[in-house]
Write a protein of this length. Structure first.
Length: 63
């Protein structure tokens, strides 16, 4: 769990911004969104397959 200590004379907004950045780096929000609803195993396979196809297409168009 990300933790931020507020330094002497530091504003709350600045500390909140650092906390949000640490949460984003740790992948907490993306994990939360991913687990918001149950995903059937077949849907998970389909999503991964589509992701792989997009990645291959992206790599193919670059060359």
């Amino acid at each position: 769990m990300p933790e931020v200590t507020i330094d002497e004379g530091e504003s709350f907004e600045k500390a909140l911004k650092r906390f949000k950045k640490k949460c984003e780096k740790a992948g907490i929000l993306s994990d939360l969104r991913k687990h918001r609803h149950f995903e059937k195993p077949s849907e998970k396979r389909k999503r991964k397959l589509n992701s792989a196809k997009r990645k291959l297409k992206k790599d193919y168009t670059r060359h």
